[in-house]
Design a protein around this ligand. Structure first.
Ligand code: NAD
Length: 521
């Protein structure tokens, strides 16, 4: 009831307010191995998306706190980078076990702060855990190359050495997986990290920090600061931060890429998406429709790899009514309710944006085959819910197509041929993911080769690669040269040093100083 009073505007000033507000837990900074209360005067309210009741207040970390985090990371780097690769591997083994042991607790926090269903939240943690498991093979991953005998008595070898202090800036939609794409790989390569989680759901990162500490991460190897633009600018500008990993929207990603690069940092930036599923008439109808519904509406469409656009080729369009019937059956509910197939959107603003994009589609001539805009969820009337929505006969010039909706809205297009489908996909500026549904190998191969998208699924709707590969979104969905996790992740977090050494077996052939460019033969 305190929270309810708090949220009513009349008592937002005065002593009553101060007393009530004080009972809301605050999210802490994590600096030099300690969870510390921020001294900030600027706090961000974090409501549960299913109820809009306050869960926690997130600080905008002060300049001093952010400086302390970098100083701690800088200091820790000196010793951490000198630990043996086997020591770092052992810590990763412990870390992955602790994540497994606490998976349900992390998932519950994600559902509370972010809204996704519990089972989906467990998937969020699992996909991050798989990166940590992969990090355990660091002695092989960080191997360099050698070539013996490039000249007489001379050999060359490479080492993959850590960069120093690196930073990660994460989005709201995968509160566990995306931080886990970043700091474990950074740490196991010998770097130290500053993470600025999404201010909308930092809880999972905070739990992971506790587990990292328990696993034996030394103080300063992982630090967490909070905030919005000021903390992002701080990271982009700080001379001691050598690299930035960013995942989030286009606007922020392009800005961070440019500001960070201008300051001489290595930056990898995964951004927005518009993923197309191409449905051929020869596809297996049953499994294709099941997969489409799951990939379009799962996580309320708030996945960068959501299949948000369906392109029906030829007679496949006859399946659209059945797709609508299946989507209608999905249960919208608070994420912790056992029957929920999809939960709420992250915020009332996000809901408003999604509704206005659906309306723009209607006004521009799309057919609204399923309308989830007025959904009421019993017991959670204040939540940010939108039900599954399908816009058909969408054209590429419509706003609902040109913008990433990031909600449970499927845009459907109809074309006559595979070539037409490919040209639509390739004319779209994004290149995060795509899928084709077919039983014809030649069709699948043609699509795989001709679609200009970084991650392709063949009868796989959400082709997010496992961490022995890398996450390879392309074109408008990515800026930088080196992708996240897998071999490319190791490359991102390391600098190659090449050593050429001569150990003479005898002094034969020494004829004084040579002033010409040495050419090994
Ligand atoms: P967002 O860009 O709003 O926030 C991401 C981070 O950037 C947050 O930490 C936030 O504090 C910061 N930020 C936000 N606006 C900023 C600005 N103007 N300047 C500087 N920093 C800013 O993204 P979001 O809404 O949290 O996440 C959803 C977006 O992320 C979608 O576009 C989705 O496609 C994308 N995403 C992409 C991938 C991928 O791998 N390509 C994965 C997940 C999410």
């Amino acid at each position: 009831s305190c929270l309810r009073i708090l949220l009513s505007k009349q008592v937002l000033t005065g002593r009553g307010f101060a007393r009530c507000y004080a009972t809301v837990p605050t999210t802490k900074n994590f600096i030099n191995g300690e969870f510390v209360e921020s001294k900030t005067t600027k706090w961000i309210d974090l409501p549960n998306p299913a109820t809009n009741e306050l869960v926690t207040r997130v600080p905008e970390s002060t300049r001093d706190e952010m400086e302390a985090a970098v100083a701690s990371a800088q200091d820790a780097f000196r010793s951490w980078s000198q630990t043996t690769v086997l020591t770092r591997q052992q810590i990763m083994f412990k870390f992955q076990q602790l994540i497994k042991d606490n998976l349900k607790m992390i998932a519950a926090n994600i559902t509370q702060e972010q809204g996704k269903t519990l089972i989906d939240a467990e998937g969020d943690v699992m996909r991050g855990l798989q990166v940590v498991e992969h990090c355990c093979s660091i002695p092989s991953l960080q191997l360099g190359e050698t070539l013996q005998g490039i000249s007489k008595d001379m050999d060359t070898m490479t080492f993959k050495l850590p960069l120093g202090v690196v930073a990660g800036i994460t989005p709201f939609n995968f509160p566990a997986m995306i931080p886990l794409w970043m700091f474990p790989m950074a740490a196991v390569c010998g770097n130290t990290s500053i993470i600025k989680p999404s201010e909308r759901d930092p809880g999972a990162t905070m739990i992971l920090a506790q587990l990292a500490k328990d696993a034996g991460f030394p103080d300063g190897v992982l630090n967490i600061i909070h905030g919005k633009h000021d903390s992002v600018n701080f990271i982009c500008d700080h001379p001691d931060i050598k690299a930035i990993s960013f995942v989030g929207s286009d606007q922020a990603g392009q800005y961070i890429y440019e500001r960070g690069s201008k300051n001489g940092k290595r930056v990898q930036s995964n951004m927005g998406a518009k993923n197309h599923g191409v449905i051929m008439p020869d596809a297996n109808k049953e499994s294709t429709l099941t997969q489409l519904v799951g990939a379009a509406f799962g996580a309320a469409g708030q996945r960068c790899m959501a299949l948000s656009t369906a392109v029906f080729v030829g007679e496949a369009k006859n399946w659209i009514p059945e797709l609508v019937e299946r989507a209608k059956k999905l249960k919208v509910n608070a994420g912790h309710e056992p029957d929920a197939d999809l939960g709420p959107l992250i915020s009332p603003e996000s809901k408003k944006r999604v509704l206005s994009l659906v309306q723009s589609g209607v006004e521009e001539g799309a057919e609204l085959l399923l309308d989830g805009r007025d959904i009421k969820v019993q017991g959670y009337e204040k939540g940010n819910f939108v039900g599954p929505t399908i816009l058909n006969k969408v054209k590429p010039n419509m706003q609902c197509y040109t913008e990433e909706i990031f909600g449970p809205v499927l845009c459907s297009l109809e074309v006559d041929t595979l070539d037409e489908a490919i040209s639509i996909v390739n004319a779209n500026p994004y290149g995060n993911g795509t899928a084709i549904f077919t039983t014809n190998g030649a069709t699948a191969r043609k699509y795989t080769m001709e679609s200009d998208v970084g991650q392709v699924g063949v009868n796989v709707p959400i082709p997010v690669p496992l961490p022995m590969f890398s996450f390879t979104g392309s074109r408008g969905s990515f800026r930088g040269d080196t992708n996240f996790y897998g071999k490319q992740g190791v490359q991102f977090y390391t600098q190659v040093k090449t050593v050429t050494q001569l150990w003479k077996s005898d002094d034969a052939g020494v004829k004084g100083s040579a002033t010409n460019m040495p050419v090994q033969r």
